[in-house]
Write a protein that binds this ligand. Structure first.
Ligand code: CMC
Length: 431
């Protein structure tokens, strides 16, 4: 049988042929670009559940099989054998670096870790009890006011410099947001440390005594960053692409992504998941929470469970569970009650008919909170850490879009259900 290359749609007796586009893997896509011109109709797809918004070569997810690939490499192999800077290079450039390319890339990133001294003034304008995501959103947006030599998006060199600056400065900015919230002095980056060790040092170090970075913790953080680095066209990445489609500069676009990531259904879920585990407290209360999650009249959901794309175990959650064990052991917390609650909750939910039928499995956020809390991060820092790691994915997707000759300003259509044209009534005549 000849391979299917189009889909025929019948509209008021007229047959309209729509081309089928084929990717390297994954389902085919119906090209509806000519649909309006041919039929006068739009499509309706709130939440983009069936709509591909772009062509991309960066990340592939098979939600049914629980597969996540960055540039063709599986996430568990990368978490096991690679490191976060190398993954950044891979996402940005399409290939793993050679030894020479890797050391040059590390040099480029290290060179940009400091922020403009005047940027520290920005922090002083925020209340100390502000959520760090509120602070980070503002400060990252403000980068475009400081780095004018990397905001011209038509210059490929400036685009590369902006991407290095963002990857290098996010740890510094996020550590500063933390320091500001606890009233401690900002710590300048140390370029003799690797990416994750430097971040731990800037976050937990103080000027009055030496801070020794635990290699196990730096390694665990590195894995967490790899797992969060990209996730194809999720809400925040789509936000970055949409903001960038108008020609906005990369710093403004990443600030838009940070704003979107903050929501509890997206990047805020790790904070919500840990709060939930704390609320559950002990394994004997799990059935009560499972019942709440299943109750149609109760808005409660098991945070860290379920995913728009994964209808199988989230491959990132598997690595995260193993990492949690290693970190808790390193810190001597063998019987962390929250970890016990999480493992038991997972076991019960995975054998419950409701969760099986709806294909609800633990996602990346289910265990990440336990690790970060054990490392000493307050819950409000969980989503900022997600933002730190996702920055490279956002910037790789943004750069891919800018370089795509078919790129257009993003402009969705709508199904209008408001009032039709009506005549203005002067205020004195309104009843
Ligand atoms: N607990 C209980 N029931 C759930 C849950 C949950 N966590 N998630 C989905 N359901 C039910 C939901 O009530 C619905 O039931 P019904 O069909 O009877 O109305 C069904 O499953 C489908 O849910 P949906 O909301 O239509 O599915 P979605 O694909 O739009 O939502 C989700 C995906 C992630 C927003 C949702 O599963 C959720 O709210 N999970 C908790 C929040 C969370 O952990 N988010 C992190 C996502 S992973 C990190 C990231 O990539 O940002």
């Amino acid at each position: 049988m000849a391979e299917q290359t189009s889909v025929v749609l019948e509209d008021a007796g007229k047959k309209v042929s729509l081309p089928l586009m084929e990717g390297s893997v994954g389902p085919k896509v119906i090209d509806i670009r000519k649909l309006y011109a041919e039929t006068g109709h739009f499509t309706y797809d709130p939440g983009f559940t069936s709509t591909a918004s772009c062509e991309s070569k960066i990340t592939y997810i098979d939600g049914d099989e629980g597969v996540l690939l960055y540039r063709g490499y599986s996430i568990d192999e990368l978490a096991e054998q690679s490191d976060f800077p190398e993954v950044c290079y891979l996402l940005l450039n399409g290939e793993l670096p050679t030894a020479g390319q890797k050391s040059q890339f590390l040099k480029n990133i290290t060179y940009h870790t400091m922020v403009h001294e005047q940027l520290s003034m920005f922090f002083r304008g925020f209340r100390r009890d502000a959520h760090p995501m509120a602070v980070i959103c503002g400060v990252v947006g403000a980068l475009s006011a400081f780095y004018h030599d990397s905001t011209d998006i038509s210059d490929p060199h400036q685009r590369v410099v902006a991407s290095h600056r963002l990857i290098a400065k996010m740890p510094t900015i996020i550590a500063m947001a933390y320091k500001y919230s606890v009233g401690q002095p900002f710590m300048y980056p140390r370029n003799d440390l690797d990416y994750c060790s430097n971040f731990l040092y800037m976050t937990f170090g103080v000027p009055c005594e030496p801070y020794k970075v635990s290699p196990t913790l730096a390694n665990a953080l590195d894995k967490i960053f790899i797992l969060h680095a990209d996730h194809e066209q999720n809400a925040s990445t789509s936000t970055v692409r949409l903001a960038g489609s108008s020609g906005a500069n990369p710093f403004a676009c990443i600030a838009a992504g940070i704003a979107c990531l903050w929501g509890p259904a997206h990047g805020g879920a790790n904070e919500a998941a840990l709060n939930m585990l704390q609320q559950v407290g002990t394994p004997d209360r799990i059935p009560e929470y499972i019942a709440k999650a299943k109750d149609k009249n109760d808005p409660f959901r098991l945070m860290g469970f379920g995913h728009r794309v994964y209808k199988n175990y989230d491959p990132r959650a598997k690595v995260m569970q193993q990492t949690a064990k290693a970190v808790l052991e390193e810190l001597g917390v063998h019987n962390d009650p929250l970890f016990q609650v999480a493992m038991e909750l997972e076991k019960i939910a995975l054998s419950d008919e409701y969760f099986i039928e709806k294909k609800l499995y633990p996602n990346v956020d289910f265990y990440s909170g336990i690790i970060l809390r054990a490392m000493g991060f307050p819950t409000t820092m969980f989503t900022p850490l997600f933002a730190l790691a996702r920055t490279v994915g956002w910037i790789a997707q943004w750069a891919e879009m800018i370089a795509d000759p078919s790129q257009k300003i993003g402009r969705p259509r709508q199904l209008y259900t408001g009032a039709d044209r009506r005549t203005f009534v002067p205020v004195e005549a309104r009843g």
